[in-house]
Ligand binder design. Structure first.
Ligand code: NAD
Ligand code: MG
Length: 386
């Protein structure tokens, strides 16, 4: 009898991660199936994806956009759900095996939470969920769901960590490309434009994470993500600049052995690894060409030029409410930068002052974290006016 396909809910299917997940599903020769697709605004693209992948359900999360859209080209056997609450139905649907969490920002928290509550396997790209509520989400995952990293560094750490036991891990070494502004001096950083910040040297990603890579806030968020995914104390997560983005991260064991995962920068590989886990398949991702010369460089990050790293370390060590505040402040600051209302060099100082102004609590509830997410966004606007 033919094997049943794994049924995937692709949350954020029109995004950079979502479209690459659909590439992986399309090339699976029927082993993976896109059962549910969700998008916020690019609804033309969502309908095109529905025509091609024939999901059972599509979700349009922005109710205003969904209302205004002409849905006549949606295949007749495809059910349409609208509004943000439909994401919960999608993530917990009984006919879904794996939830690919590819929504950007804290908007991805509720659906990831619902999927884990329903003991689904979650292939997690949405790192903001773990930055905001890492303690709560990892505790929930331990109760029966499965959390698999899609972020390339964390997929690398997950793969490399299988070379030893958890207690034998000395250090997790996150690699960072350093982004487009690695060599700029402070005066040059002052003049950075939105277009320059949106042009990444090695990765092609959505706008928010591309700006985060330029400020290195992305690596700060990834320190917090690693702390919770692997249950490792903050001081044992290190960052090294590796401009080629070939070594995706490394695990250093207590005997001094360092195990790395290498591949060209192509998100389809970590997505595929999570969707098929524990199996490896040939797949569609690019491969390294060992017939050509390959140079790999590593250097310590310049912490003065990239003060975001210290904020990540601080939040990974403090836990509690700090991650939710840093994450929301950063989301709001990046939105303002993209709208032309905040300078590139103001993003991190704005986040730092909101983090410093917040009243830290060590054991917040999920409701409190969501409240603080709103508070931190308002504080960023107040910082602008101050
Ligand atoms: P993107 O902007 O390209 O796509 C975001 C997707 O989320 C879109 O489908 C959009 O419709 C949906 N979305 C946006 N706002 C929403 C809302 N309020 N409610 C519901 N859906 C909403 O982003 P991306 O680059 O694909 O990143 C997605 C996530 O994956 C982020 O958390 C990012 O940090 C992480 N990630 C991305 C990459 C990458 O290569 N792009 C790599 C590692 C991790
Ligand atoms: Mg990453």
């Amino acid at each position: 009898m033919a094997e049943q396909p794994k049924r995937i809910a692709v949350l954020g299917s029109t995004g950079s991660i979502g479209t690459r997940a659909l590439d992986v599903i399309e090339s699976s020769q029927g082993r993976l199936e896109a059962t549910i697709l969700t998008a916020h605004s690019r609804l033309e693209e969502l309908v095109r994806q529905a025509q091609r992948h024939r999901p059972r359900i599509v979700v349009a999360t922005d109710p205003t956009a969904a209302e205004a859209f002409d849905w006549r080209r949606l295949p007749p056997d495809c059910e349409l759900l609208t509004g943000p609450e439909s994401l919960i139905a999608a993530a917990s649907h009984p006919e879904v095996d794996v939830v690919l969490a590819g929504i950007v920002g804290s908007a991805g928290l509720a659906s990831t939470w619902a999927a884990l509550e329903h003991r689904k396997t979650v292939a997690l790209a949405n790192k903001e969920t773990l930055v905001m509520a890492g303690q709560q989400v990892s505790a929930l995952a331990r109760q029966g769901g499965t959390l698999l990293p899609v972020d390339s560094e964390h997929s690398a750490l997950f793969q490399a960590s299988q070379a030893g036991r958890p207690a034998e891990i000395e250090r997790l070494v996150l690699t960072a490309s350093g982004g487009p502004f690695r060599h700029l001096n402070p005066a040059e950083l002052q003049r950075v434009t939105v277009a320059e910040a949106l042009s990444h040297p090695t990765w092609d990603m959505g706008p928010k994470i591309t700006v985060d890579s330029a400020t290195m806030m992305n690596k700060a968020l990834e320190i917090v993500e690693a702390r919770w995914l692997f249950d490792v104390p903050a001081e044992r997560v290190a960052v090294v600049i590796h401009p080629q983005s070939i070594v995706h991260s490394m695990v250093e064991f207590i005997d001094g052995s360092v195990i790395a995962q290498l591949s060209p920068p192509d998100m389809r590989l970590p997505i595929q690894y999570a969707l098929y886990y524990p199996e490896r398949v040939a797949g569609v991702a690019k491969r390294l060409d060992w017939a050509s010369a390959l140079r790999l460089e590593f250097e310590p990050p310049n912490r003065e030029r990239f003060p975001a790293l210290a904020l990540g370390e601080q939040c990974a060590a403090a836990g509690g409410t700090s991650g939710a505040v840093l994450n929301a402040a950063n989301e709001a600051a990046v939105e303002l930068f993209l709208a032309g209302d905040l300078h590139f060099t103001e993003i991190v100082p704005a986040c730092r002052s909101v983090l410093a102004a917040h009243h830290y609590e060590p054991r917040p509830t999920l409701e409190r974290l969501i409240e603080l997410d709103g508070w931190a966004r308002q504080e960023i606007s107040r910082w602008m006016c101050a």
